[in-house]
Design a binder for this molecule. Sequence first.
Ligand code: NAI
Ligand code: MG
Length: 321
Amino acid sequence: MTEEIAVVPGDGIGREVTPVAVDVLDAVGDFEFVHVEAGDAVAEQRGTPLPDETRAAVEAADATLFGAVGETAADVILPLRAAVDSFVNVRPARTYPGVDALQSETDLVFLRENTEGVYAGHEAELADGVTTCTRVVTENASRRLAEYACDYAPDGFTVAHKDNVMRVTDGLFRDTVEDVAAANGVETDAALMDALAMHLVERPEKFDVVVCPNLAGDVLSDLAAGLVGGLGLLPSANVGPENGVFEPVHGTAPDIAGEGVANPAAAVLSTAMLLEFLGHDAAGERVRGAVEDVLEHGPRTTDLGGDATTAAVGDAILEGV
Ligand code: NAI
Ligand code: MG
């Protein structure tokens, strides 16, 4: 049966890199694409950044390819992650031959809790100049994340937390993740997330899979992007029990949007994750291999020191798949 892929290019460079990812997907498999819109431009035209048909298409699809949206990001991404009940955001960050990196031996995967923490949406203005944000941590969400982590990293993983300060919330997070790991015979080491940030910069090769609360995963994975050569290289998967949303970690890059020079690698690597999620492991491997080849031998976009356009890099990747 032909699998259905919802395609949400969004705004800015999302509109430039997503078509490359769609072409790559089309080249390696037999998919039906459902093109829908979300983001700033749609909000201006239609008064909502997330039209009902977009949400419905993402819910119904076997998987979604997402680009990036601008100012409306929180009003689009969070509901779409919820639409597929995505409980984990998988963010690999690794170096590639041929790409200059601050730390050449970085090979990390962040497994980020994707539903709660300080991104649960409970913010309030109590009085003029006084605001609050309520952090939500549940045993259920921590358990689902931990079960996924045990499957993903049976050789063990690091648990990022700050339970010396957030004793109740991160206490529950850490205890739950460690209990699930112990029950599955998986080794863990716990790390205070502030010190972990320093250790990741100094000795990234000491770490492998890092399981994080929501905000920590967001911040630490961008930090890792800085270690490996930039946001143009980081893919991600919002994994749910039945389907998922696959997107580059980067945003709309307003500083380069419209110039046709965005690096499509992150978006294309996200399709490799999508293919593997759907069980097309060989196709995923082909796509990743083609991206690695182009990163090593060029052409390269300006963020990686080259002068090639998005289209030229996209064509080179397509030739390699
Ligand atoms: P950004 O990721 O858009 O850009 C940060 C820097 O990285 C910029 O200098 C940009 O040129 C560069 N960069 C990012 N991706 C690149 C690529 N593929 N090729 C070459 N260079 C690349 O983050 P920023 O500037 O903080 O946010 C811009 C907008 O994007 C904001 O409106 C924000 O809300 C939105 N955003 C949306 C996200 C999403 O849709 N998932 C995620 C992050 C930000
Ligand atoms: Mg982010």
